[in-house]
Design a protein around this ligand. Structure first.
Ligand code: AMP
Length: 131
C-alpha cells in the first residue's frame, strides 16, 4: 500500500514542503482553496483519520497548530480553518485553510491556479515563519 502522499514522503513525487519532523509532514495542497492551503499528514500511512492511534492523532493537531501560526503570518485571513475529508486520498490528512468567511472553505468551489513560482514563494515564506 502506497498512497500518493507516501510517494511524496518517499521523494518519488515532488511537493512544496512546509515542515516535517519524525512523525508528521506538511506541504502545500496542489489544488488550493486559498493561498497557503496546507496539508498535514502522519508519516505512518493510515487511510481514515479516526483509525490513527490516539497519541499520534492528538499530537497531529499540536503539529498543525505550529503550521497554522506560521501560515497566519504570511497570508492575511481571519482564521485558519481546519477540515478533514479524506474522500480523495486514502492517507489521513488535515487541511489548514486561510479563511475570511464560511464560503472560503467550500471544497466544491473552483480551486486556485498558482504557478510553480507562487507555490515556491509561499512555501518559502511559511517555512521562514517556522524558524
Ligand atoms: P481529500 O482526500 O478529499 O481531503 O482531498 C485530497 C486533497 O489532496 C485535495 O485537496 C488535493 O488537492 C490534494 N492533493 C492531491 N494530490 C496532491 C499532491 N500531489 N500534492 C499536494 N496536494 C495534493
Amino acid at each position: 500500500m502506497s498512497s500518493i502522499f507516501s510517494k511524496i514522503l518517499n521523494g518519488d513525487i515532488p511537493s512544496y514542503t512546509i515542515a516535517e519532523d519524525d512523525r508528521y509532514f506538511a506541504f502545500l495542497d496542489i489544488n488550493p482553496l486559498a493561498k497557503g492551503h496546507t496539508l498535514v499528514i502522519p508519516k505512518k500511512e493510515v487511510d481514515y483519520i479516526f483509525d490513527v492511534e490516539d497519541e499520534l492523532l492528538a499530537d497531529m493537531m499540536v503539529f498543525s497548530k505550529k503550521i497554522a501560526r506560521a501560515i497566519e503570518k504570511v497570508v492575511s485571513c481571519k482564521r485558519i480553518g481546519v477540515a478533514v475529508l479524506g474522500l480523495e486520498v486514502p492517507h489521513a490528512h488535515i487541511h489548514l485553510i486561510p479563511i475570511n468567511s464560511e464560503a472560503d472553505i467550500n471544497f466544491s468551489k473552483p480551486k486556485l491556479k498558482l504557478s510553480r513560482e507562487e507555490f515556491e514563494e509561499l512555501a518559502k515564506k511559511i517555512r521562514k515563519e517556522l524558524k
